[in-house]
Design a protein around this ligand. Structure first.
Ligand code: ADP
Ligand code: MG
Length: 695
C-alpha cells in the first residue's frame, strides 16, 4: 500500500527532484541562488526550466502559471500552455528559462492603489526560487513576485522577501559580535488556521454567505458553545474524512499539515502545519486555504474562512508563530545554556520588545480588516491593543535586571556570567495566557491577532522589519563599544526599562486592561479605519524606506487599498442585506402574517366569538416588527446612497460609523422576527440548522 511517506511531496519540484533531474553544475548554481541569494544566470534558468517542464509533463501537466499574490488576500494565476508551434502543423512542449524567470501578466485589474495608469498597466512576475514549484490542477505553478514595470511592488511576496533579507542582514551582524559564524538568519513561520465547515446545502440557500462569507442575519440557536463540548471533541465521520482528504492533498504538495482538531465553536476546526521558512509558509498557507475550500466541495461541505461567519459564537483567527533561526537551524529564541548565549537570547528578546512597542500601530494595521473587526476586542480574540505576554519567569528575569534588584555588582556579574539561571521555558509555563495578542511561547512568538482569511505575509513583513530596525540600532551601539559585555548588559537593561510598558501578562480580555493600557500610553485602535490611518505616520514611512521594503509611493498605494477594501466589503454587505430583506425576508414575513390574518377572519366568520387571542397577539407583534424592519432597511438603503459622497479614508470611516450601525439595526428586527415566524416560512437555514447538522 502506498503510504503518506511515499506520496509526500510528489507534486513538488523539490530539492530531491532537482538533484535528480539537473546536472551537477546547474544544481549547484541553483542552490547558490537559493541559499545565498545570488542572481540566476539565464543558461542555468534554461536548464532548470526544461527539467521542470519534463517533470511536470510526465505528471500530466499541459500548462504552467506564474503563481503570485496580488494585494488581495488570494492568489492569482494566468495559465499558459507549454505548447509551441512547429513547422508542418506540429507542436512541441517547450518552456524556456526566460519564461520561468519572468512573466508579464496584464496588471491593470489588480488593486494598485493608483500606482499605475492603465496605459502602463503591465507588470512582471519574477520567480522566487526559494519557494518550490508545484503542480495544482494539472498546472505547473511557479511561485513568483509581482512588480510593475517601473519597479513598484504590486504583491505580498516581494516585501516579504525583502523583509527577510533585511532581518537576516541585521541579525547576522549582531551574531558576529557574539563570535558566531553565521551566513544567514531565516525567519520561520507556522500559521495555525481556523475554519468552519457547514453543509453545502445550507450554504447555497444563504446569499449572505455566498456574497460576503458571513451571515448578516440569524438569531442565536438555543445552543451555542456554552457547553464547551466541541473543543477537541470527537470528529464527526464526514469531517474526519474531509480532514484526511485535505491532509493527503496537502502532503502531496509538500505541506506539512500536522494537527487537526475541533475548535471552540460548533462546526469550527483548526489545521496547523509544521513551521518552515516564512515565504514558504506564506505560500503554503495560501494553498492550504484554497484546498480547504476545494476539498470541502468534494465532501458536500462549504468551508468558511471568514473571521466571523456567525454572530454569538467564536470567530476564526490565525495564529502566526514566528521565530528566527540561523542557517544551521539554531533557533535564536531558544534560551542558551551558557552565559554568552543567554546574553544573546536576552538581547534578541529585548529587540522584539522594543520593536513591538515602537511599532504597535504597524502590527495593528497588519491584522486590520472589516472581517477581523468582529473579533478583535470581542471576548474570543485578543483586544485591539497590542501588547506582549512573556510569562512570569521571563518577566521576572527582565524585571530583576531592570531594577538591579540583586546588588548592582552581582546583577551585572550574573548577566555576564550567564544567566545560567535562565531556565528552558517549557510551553506550559509560557502558554497559559491565551488572551495575549503576542505571546512568547517557549522559543517563538505567537501573534494571535490575525484573521482566518488573511494572507500571513503582511504581519510577517512587519515583524521582520521592525525587529531588523531594533537590531540595527543595537548594532550601532554595540559595534562602537569598548567593553562588549557591559554594553550588552546596558542595552538589555535600558531597552527593557524603556519599553516594558508593552509587556502585560494579565487577562487581556478584561476592562481593567483597557484602562491600564491607556495609562501606559499604549495605542488602542478599535476599528480598521482608525488603524489604517496610522500607517502613513512619518516614522513608519521612514522605517520601510530605510530597509527598502516599501517606498512612500508604495506605502500610499497600500494605504489606499486598505481603506478601499474595507469600504467595498461593507458596501457589499449592505447591498446583500438590503436585497435579502426586500426580496426574501419581508415577503416571507408578509406571507406569514397574511396567513394569520386570514385565519383570524375565517375563524371569526366560522364561529363568531371564537377566541383568536393568540393569532391576534402574534399578528400585532409581527406587524410592529415588520414596520420597524421596513423602516430600518430603508434607512440602510439611504445610508448606502449617501456613501457616494465620500471616498478614501473618509468613506471607510463613514462606512464604519454609519453603514455598520444601520446594518445592525436591520438585523435586530429581522432576528426577532425569525424567532416568531413559522419555520416553514423562514427563507433561510437557521443558526441551529447550520451549526448542528447531523452527519
Ligand atoms: P499550539 O499553539 O496549538 O499549542 P504549538 O505551540 O506546538 O501548538 O505549535 C503551534 C505552531 O507553531 C505550529 O505550526 C508549529 O510548527 C509552530 N512553531 C513551532 N516552533 C516554531 C518556530 N521556531 N518558528 C515558527 N513556528 C514554530
Ligand atoms: Mg496557537
Amino acid at each position: 500500500m502506498e503510504t503518506a511517506a511515499d506520496f509526500f511531496g510528489s507534486l513538488v519540484f523539490n530539492d530531491e527532484v532537482m538533484r535528480k533531474m539537473l546536472s551537477k553544475d546547474v544544481y549547484k548554481a541553483l542552490r547558490r541562488t537559493v541559499d545565498e541569494g545570488k542572481d540566476l544566470d539565464l543558461n542555468v534558468a534554461n536548464s532548470v526550466a526544461n527539467a521542470m517542464k519534463n517533470w511536470a509533463v510526465e505528471k500530466g501537466c499541459t500548462h504552467y502559471t506564474h503563481w503570485f499574490q496580488p494585494m488581495t488576500s488570494i492568489t492569482a494565476e494566468k495559465h499558459e500552455a507549454f505548447i509551441s508551434p512547429q513547422e508542418g502543423g506540429k507542436a512541441l512542449l517547450e518552456f524556456s528559462g526566460k519564461e520561468l524567470i519572468k512573466g508579464e501578466p496584464d496588471a491593470s485589474s489588480f488593486p494598485s492603489g493608483g500606482i499605475r495608469a492603465t496605459f502602463e498597466a503591465r507588470g512582471y512576475t519574477a520567480w522566487d526560487p526559494t519557494s518550490y514549484a508545484f503542480i495544482k490542477d494539472n498546472t505547473l505553478c511557479i511561485p513568483t513576485a509581482f512588480c510593475s514595470y517601473s519597479g513598484e511592488v504590486l504583491d505580498k511576496k516581494t516585501p516579504l522577501l525583502r523583509s527577510m533579507e533585511a532581518l537576516s542582514a541585521e541579525a547576522v551582524k549582531i551574531l558576529r559580535l557574539f563570535g558566531k559564524d553565521v551566513k544567514r538568519v531565516i525567519t520561520t513561520v507556522g500559521p495555525e488556521q481556523e475554519y468552519f465547515l457547514i453543509d453545502k446545502k445550507d450554504y447555497v440557500r444563504r446569499k449572505d454567505l455566498i456574497y460576503t462569507g458571513r451571515t448578516l442575519l440569524g438569531a442565536r440557536a438555543p445552543k451555542g458553545q456554552e457547553m464547551e463540548d466541541h473543543y477537541f471533541g470527537a470528529l464527526k465521520t464526514r469531517v474526519s474524512e474531509y480532514m484526511q482528504d485535505l491532509d493527503n492533498e496537502l502532503w502531496k504538495l509538500g505541506i506539512y499539515a500536522k494537527t487537526s482538531h475541533n475548535e471552540v465553536a460548533p462546526c469550527q476546526h483548526e489545521l496547523a502545519p509544521i513551521f518552515t521558512t516564512a515565504n514558504i509558509a506564506v505560500d503554503n498557507n495560501q494553498v492550504t486555504m484554497e484546498f480547504m475550500k476545494k476539498i470541502a466541495e468534494r465532501h458536500g461541505f462549504a468551508c468558511l474562512l471568514h473571521e466571523k461567519p456567525f454572530a454569538g459564537v467564536n470567530g476564526s483567527g490565525k495564529h502566526n508563530n514566528w521565530s528566527m533561526s540561523t542557517d544551521s537551524g539554531r533557533n535564536l529564541f531558544d534560551a542558551g545554556d551558557n552565559p554568552r548565549d543567554n546574553a544573546q537570547f536576552l538581547l534578541f528578546l529585548v529587540a522584539v520588545i522594543k520593536a513591538v512597542d515602537e511599532y504597535q500601530d504597524l502590527l495593528r494595521v497588519s491584522v486590520a480588516s472589516a472581517g477581523n473587526d468582529h473579533r478583535l476586542g470581542a471576548n474570543e480574540a485578543p483586544p485591539a491593543i497590542v501588547s506582549m505576554f512573556l510569562g512570569d519567569e521571563l518577566t521576572e528575569i527582565l524585571e530583576s535586571i531592570a531594577e538591579g534588584r540583586r546588588s548592582e555588582g552581582k546583577a551585572r556579574e550574573q548577566l555576564r556570567l550567564g544567566v545560567h539561571v535562565l531556565p528552558a521555558f517549557p510551553k506550559d509555563t509560557t502558554d497559559r495566557n491565551r488572551t495575549s495578542p503576542l505571546a512568547f511561547t517557549g522559543n517563538k512568538f505567537e501573534f494571535r491577532m490575525l484573521g482566518s482569511s488573511f494572507s500571513v505575509s503582511e504581519p510577517n513583513v512587519v515583524m521582520n522589519t521592525i525587529v531588523a530596525k531594533a537590531l540595527r540600532e543595537f548594532y550601532d551601539v554595540l559595534s562602537k563599544a569598548k567593553d562588549l559585555d557591559k554594553a550588552i548588559e546596558d542595552l538589555v537593561h535600558d531597552t527593557y526599562i524603556k519599553h516594558r510598558r508593552i509587556v502585560y501578562n494579565g487577562n487581556n480580555y478584561s476592562s481593567e486592561w483597557v484602562e491600564e493600557a491607556a495609562k501606559r500610553g499604549l495605542m488602542n485602535l478599535p476599528s480598521s479605519p482608525d488603524a489604517y490611518d496610522t500607517f502613513m505616520a512619518p516614522k513608519n514611512i521612514a522605517l520601510f524606506e530605510e530597509f527598502g521594503i516599501y517606498n512612500s509611493v508604495e506605502m500610499h498605494s497600500r494605504y489606499e487599498i486598505l481603506h478601499e477594501e474595507y469600504s467595498k466589503t461593507i458596501h457589499i454587505e449592505a447591498l446583500t442585506l438590503i436585497d435579502m430583506i426586500n426580496r426574501q425576508v419581508l415577503p416571507a414575513v408578509m406571507e406569514f402574517s397574511s396567513e394569520l390574518a386570514e385565519g383570524i377572519v375565517n375563524k371569526k366568520a366560522a364561529l363568531p366569538g371564537m377566541n383568536v387571542e393568540a393569532e391576534e397577539g402574534r399578528l400585532a407583534e409581527i406587524e410592529g416588527l415588520v414596520s420597524k424592519l421596513y423602516a430600518a432597511n430603508n434607512e440602510l438603503d439611504k445610508a448606502v446612497k449617501i456613501s457616494s459622497d465620500y471616498e478614501g479614508s473618509s468613506l471607510s470611516h463613514y462606512s464604519r460609523s454609519s453603514i455598520i450601525p444601520a446594518m445592525e439595526e436591520v438585523r435586530k428586527y429581522a432576528d426577532q422576527l425569525e424567532l416568531i415566524v413559522g419555520q416553514k416560512h423562514w427563507p433561510y437555514p437557521t443558526y441551529g440548522e447550520m451549526l448542528f447538522y447531523i452527519d
